[in-house]
Structure formats: structure tokens, C-alpha cells
Design a protein around this ligand. Structure first.
Ligand SMILES: [Zn+2]
Length: 221
């Protein structure tokens, strides 16, 4: 075989293997814990409080009409930044990603289950209210939305809607009046470009749903 054909064959095998492990990462994660519809996979054994945290995630997800008790979602805890980057090469600095192209699973960066925290790219725990429960619920809401509307429609939903709705489900204690006041005063936390936070979008989703728009209507492109 000519050298160029070997190169092409090598690329084909490489991409196919990467796709296969991305679509079915279970062999890389020895430990598994199922609570309700959530199946968490991790390389290290999960601590005793993991069940309690996942129950809280499950109860937040159940606030959404998109929740289906018969559909399980898989979450893979990537315990090193390198492992997270392997599964999310395009967004290695995010907190979590719901990957739709090869399955519909969630990948999270390193976490501290015992402290209910996600570990930021700087190596420090992300502060409350963006707890580990928050990140899990946010990403799993994306997965539920994808199940409900399908991939093609999902990709057409405005970002403020799907990230605003994911935070709406993930942050039930959101202080609406405080957010309104901060928006009026031009607080940076209400501007995604400045803060990286979805607070403005969550407020807009809250207002849309309060005005009578249904979740299904909101998430229809
Ligand atoms: Zn999101």
C-alpha cells in the first residue's frame, strides 16, 4: 500500500475509534451510580453523599414538564482537565457539556462531590449558587430538551432560551427582584459577555413563562 493510503487508513481508524469511545465512554469509567433517571460514571469511587446530591438534581429536573421518568441520562465525571479536554476538545474550559452528536450524554470537568462543587479551569471550586448540583441539573436539562425537540430543532433554539431555561430549572432559588434591580442598574452580572453568567437569560425565561408561554412554546425554534 502506498504511504498516503496508510495515512488515510490511520486517520480513518483514529476517527472511528475516537467516535466509538465518545459514543460509549463507559469502559474508561469503572464506577457507576444510578439515582432515578441519572447514571453517573466516574473513574474514582463516588463518595457517600453522591446519592443525596443526585436526588436533589432529580427533584430539580422533575420541576420541568420535559422530565420523563422512563429516559435515563448518562453523566461522565472527567477527573482531570486532560480527560475533559479529550471529550470536549472544542470547549476545554467549560464546566460541562452535553454532547448530542454521538449519543446524548453529559461530560463534567473535575468535581468535588463531598463539597458539592465543580472545580474551575483555575483549579478552584466554583462558588455557590453554581454548585455541582447546579451544573448537573443545567446540563441534564439540555439533555431533556434535546430528547423533547430532537437534534435539528435543538440546534435552532436561540441560546438565551436553552441556557436561560437550563438555569431556570437548575436554580430554583433565583431571586427575580434582585435580578431585575441589577438589570436596571447595569450590573455586570446580568451581561453574559462580561460575566459568563446566564442571569439575564434566566430572568427573560422566567418572565416569558410567567406571561403564559409554555415551556414547549418557549423551546420551539
Ligand atoms: Zn448550557
Amino acid at each position: 500500500m502506498r504511504r498516503s493510503r496508510w495515512v488515510l487508513l490511520g486517520l480513518f481508524v483514529g476517527f472511528t475509534s475516537y467516535g466509538a469511545i465518545h459514543a460509549h465512554p463507559q469502559p474508561l469509567f469503572a464506577n457507576e451510580l444510578t439515582v432515578g433517571t441519572i447514571v453517573v460514571h466516574s473513574r474514582d469511587p463516588l463518595p457517600a453523599n453522591a446519592t443525596e446530591l443526585l436526588r436533589e438534581v432529580e427533584s430539580r429536573l422533575q420541576r420541568s414538564p420535559l422530565y420523563r421518568a422512563d429516559v435515563k441520562h448518562h453523566v461522565f465525571i472527567c477527573d482531570t482537565p486532560a480527560l475533559y479536554a479529550f471529550f470536549n476538545p472544542h470547549h476545554p474550559d467549560t464546566g460541562g457539556e452535553t454532547y448530542f452528536w454521538l449519543g446524548n450524554q453529559v461530560f463534567l470537568r473535575p468535581v468535588d462531590f463531598a463539597g458539592d462543587r465543580l472545580i474551575s479551569p483555575l483549579g478552584t471550586p466554583v462558588a455557590a449558587p453554581r454548585t455541582l448540583v447546579y451544573f448537573l441539573t443545567h446540563e441534564l436539562t439540555h439533555a431533556m430538551t434535546m430528547d423533547a425537540v430532537g437534534l435539528w430543532n435543538y440546534l435552532s433554539i436561540d441560546r438565551w432560551k436553552h441556557d436561560g431555561y437550563a438555569d431556570f430549572v437548575a436554580l430554583p432559588d433565583f431571586d427575580v427582584e434582585d435580578a431585575r434591580e441589577k438589570l436596571r442598574s447595569g450590573d455586570a452580572s446580568m451581561d453574559y459577555a462580561q460575566s459568563g453568567l446566564y442571569r439575564r437569560w434566566q430572568l427573560d425565561v422566567h418572565d416569558a413563562l410567567s406571561s403564559g408561554v409554555t415551556v414547549e412554546q418557549l423551546l420551539t425554534p
